[in-house]
Design a protein around this ligand. Structure first.
Ligand code: NDP
Length: 329
């Protein structure tokens, strides 16, 4: 395993990590979740990602039970939670979502209870909240750090301007600003990581825990000839995701990627994940997996990394046609 410092912080995260969105509670329960987290941990993964909204709190409870059973040394791994969407779904009332001091503090307490932990290593604002002053968000996160309930705070799917505003406020008030952002990043979604955020990586030095490295599985090639039974796009309630990704133009590109993977003698998913972590601005790529074979295949990305020469990267760019014009690397 390779470990990278999270932006300008001292924290070292494994370049591959494991998250529970869609999978925990909805697709897999105790035994497979235990097996997958164990494979991840044994491979050197030291970061597990979660959020209050995943399976409406049940994902954190499941991860918490596994962490308790495993009894791994608490200093050997890191865990995140994210607040914004709440966990009561349609029952959410005022103050049970968003980034107010009330919700952030309560969401932190609830995540700690569900995960059965004394502190969160990372606590992220799952989306920006235009209804809450930035001073309130920064003060609250700073207070949670001072109280020892969280160690680092960050953002997810914030714009560069919003992240810079948080840093401006933190600097003005001598408080601790956000140190990590969680954006989507994969071969089909490159703009934020390679264009919009270029300056914040160089200036305030945000780390990144990137999500959906396989575009929900599309980049593995599994959807090239339709939707396999039991896969994410076949799940009830996930039609919006299928509609978003199963577009002919995208599928054509994914089919062509198979040639590059074949030439390198690797699986397409392994190649797609290796491509993500080739970008040095990625601190960690959060893997999702419902089966151990998937996780094992995805973990091989580290072995494929050295094969991604400039020639191979150019070939991939020519197929995907998604490289933003401002990209610097
Ligand atoms: P991916 O894009 O890697 O998709 C993972 C899914 O693809 C798996 O659950 C599995 O689904 C399928 N898959 C994985 N590996 C393979 C393989 N080798 N072959 C075939 N199919 C495979 O990641 P996620 O979208 O799951 O995102 C990863 C994590 O990022 C989440 O768990 C979460 O922690 C975080 N996240 C954060 C968000 C945010 O807003 N901050 C948003 C979304 C995710 P299946 O078997 O069901 O087909």
């Amino acid at each position: 395993m390779e470990y990278r410092r999270m932006g300008k912080t001292g924290l070292e995260l494994s370049v591959l990590s494991y998250g529970s969105w869609v999978t925990f509670h909805k697709q897999i329960d105790e035994a497979p979740a235990d097996e997958l987290m164990s494979i991840a941990y044994d491979a050197g993964i030291n970061f597990f990602d979660n959020a209050e909204v995943y399976a409406l709190g049940e994902s954190e409870k499941l991860m918490g039970r596994i962490l308790k059973n495993k009894n791994w040394d608490r200093t050997s791994y890191t865990v995140s939670s994210k607040a914004f969407f709440g966990w009561r779904g349609k029952e959410n009332k005022p103050n049970q979502t968003g980034l107010s001091r009330k919700h952030l503090v309560e969401a932190c307490h609830e995540a700690l209870q569900r995960l059965q932990l004394d502190y969160l290593d990372l606590f992220l604002c799952h989306r920006p909240d235009k209804g809450v002053p930035m001073e309130e968000v920064v003060w609250t996160m700073n207070t949670l750090i001072q109280q020892g309930k969280i160690l680092y705070w960050g953002t997810s799917e914030w714009s560069a301007a919003e992240i810079m505003e948080a840093h401006r406020v933190a600097s003005l008030l001598h408080l601790i600003g956000p140190s990590v952002e969680q954006p989507q990043y994969n071969l089909l979604e490159r703009d934020k990581m390679e264009a919009e955020f270029t300056n914040i990586f160089r200036t305030v030095g945000m780390g990144t825990t990137i999500w959906s490295p396989l575009a929900s599985g599309l980049l593995s090639g599994k959807y090239n000839d339709g939707v396999p039974e039991g896969s994410r796009f076949a799940l009830e309630g996930f039609g919006w995701l299928k509609e978003r990704w199963m577009v002919e133009d995208k599928l054509q590109k994914v089919r062509q990627l198979a040639e590059v993977a074949n030439e390198l003698g690797t699986a397409q998913s392994t190649l797609a994940i290796a491509w993500c972590i080739k970008n040095p601005d990625v601190t960690t790529a959060i893997l999702g997996a419902t089966k151990k074979e998937q996780l094992q295949e995805n973990l091989k990305a580290l072995d494929v990394l050295p094969a991604l020469t400039p020639e191979v990267m150019q070939k991939i760019d020519a197929i995907m046609q998604t490289k933003p014009r401002q990209a610097e690397y």
